[in-house]
Design a protein around this ligand. Structure first.
Ligand code: UDP
Length: 234
């Protein structure tokens, strides 16, 4: 079983059926799944996106300055992180939020040492604010943090159950990979994560497991090495 993982959750999936904002039921369901694996002693770092609230790129298409739009996106990830930390506390899980830009008392300023110390004491650690920089995504932030905290693997929880040859929601003939290499993702132009994130994982040999997080018990399954998604490896 994995000792330390970095779990990436998209902001969009927090919206549940509503399509935007935060769905309290989805939030609770995620918190319950996370607590389940924390109880097994797995150290869990979490990076959560902000797409349910704001994305810099879509903002810039509507006339926002891109850097300011990205900063708004960063703040959206902090909002989601606080929501998730509150839901984790509500299910009895110790949790701390660390932020990539200073904003005490909302969260402590991130450092690797602080994250590792908190993880070793049984806290789930939510790494909020992405990389702190514009023009990056939370996929890249989670790749970076997974490598920094020396996670065994990065889990990308999505609403699709793995990586397909094409978008299964558009192409019914698409088939799922049980394993795939970083190079094949790049060669096939599969849009599972942005290129910066894939490249960072490839250069640092960080495996990625893509799975469907929206069904209860799936996080436990992947921790126990059940093959329900797609493994990305060298
Ligand atoms: N963002 C950023 N730098 C980062 C991470 C995120 O500027 O390191 C901004 C960016 O504008 C992005 C938004 O935050 O659109 C929300 O993050 P993301 O789109 O990755 O969220 P998700 O799609 O996972 O919900």
């Amino acid at each position: 079983m994995y000792k330390r993982i970095l779990l990436k959750l998209s902001g969009e999936s927090l919206a549940g059926g509503q399509g935007h904002g935060i769905d309290p039921e989805r939030l609770h369901a995620y918190a319950a799944q996370i607590k389940q694996i924390a109880d097994l002693g797995v150290q869990i770092g979490i990076v959560i996106g902000g797409g349910n609230i704001f994305r810099g790129l879509s903002g810039s298409k509507k006339g926002f300055d891109r850097v300011k739009g990205d900063q708004m996106g960063l703040l959206a990830t902090v909002i989601n992180s606080l929501a998730l930390s509150s839901a984790l506390e509500a299910v009895g899980q110790k949790v701390r939020v660390l932020t990539s830009v200073r904003m005490e008392p909302i969260g402590d300023f991130y450092s690797k040492a602080k994250a590792l110390r908190l993880l070793s004491k049984g806290n789930v650690v939510i790494l909020a604010g992405g990389t702190g920089l514009p023009y990056f995504t939370t996929d890249t932030a989670s790749a970076l943090r997974a490598i920094e905290i020396e996670a065994d693997i990065m889990f990308k929880g999505t609403r699709v159950d793995g990586i397909y040859t094409a978008d299964p929601e558009k192409d019914p003939s698409a088939t799922k990979f049980s394993e795939i290499t970083y190079d094949e993702i790049l060669a096939r132009g599969l849009k599972i994560m942005d290129l910066t994130a894939i490249t960072l994982c490839r250069e640092n040999n960080m495996p990625i497991y893509v799975f469907d997080m929206d069904h209860e018990g799936n996080l436990l399954k992947v921790i126990k090495d059940e093959q329900i998604g797609t493994l990305v490896k060298p």
